[in-house]
Design a protein around this ligand. Structure first.
Ligand code: HEM
Length: 102
């Protein structure tokens, strides 16, 4: 175990050479702004969160699928509750939207 290479996950994801000098700031827009080689570097760096090589996370693809789905679900649910809440309705899922209509 002592011979295995290790890395600091926090450090890797706050690397200012890759994520710019504001790497400490939560600014998701950086992913829309980056292009080409820069975006590729950021993407490769981000994937290290799953480990690498023979010890890489076996559920990486499942995790990406779930993450893609969860954002769509949360946004859809939020918009639906806002829309139907204004009409004094329910979401259709049995969840009362009263209080979400502001
Ligand atoms: C965002 C979600 C996830 C993250 C960040 C994550 C991250 C990791 C990391 C860092 C490791 C250890 C890699 C190493 O030892 O160097 C690992 C291992 C593993 N993960 Fe995940 N994981 C996630 C989701 C999942 C999911 C959804 C599954 C299953 C469906 C899964 C299954 C596994 C398994 C089986 C291992 C052990 C692989 C091995 O030792 O050969 N992970 N994961």
């Amino acid at each position: 175990m002592a011979d295995l290479p290790r890395y600091c996950v926090w450090g890797v994801h706050h690397n200012m050479e890759i994520f710019a000098s504001d790497a400490d700031v939560f600014r998701p827009e950086r992913w829309f702004e980056a292009q080409g080689e820069q975006l590729q570097k950021m993407d490769n760096n981000m994937k290290l969160i799953f480990g690498y090589g023979r010890f890489e996370c076996l559920g990486k693809n499942v995790a990406f699928m779930e993450l893609n789905k969860v954002f769509v679900e949360v946004c859809q649910s939020f918009l639906r509750s806002r829309l139907l809440g204004k009409q004094g309705n329910t979401t259709g899922t049995g969840v009362e939207t009263e209080g979400c209509s502001q």
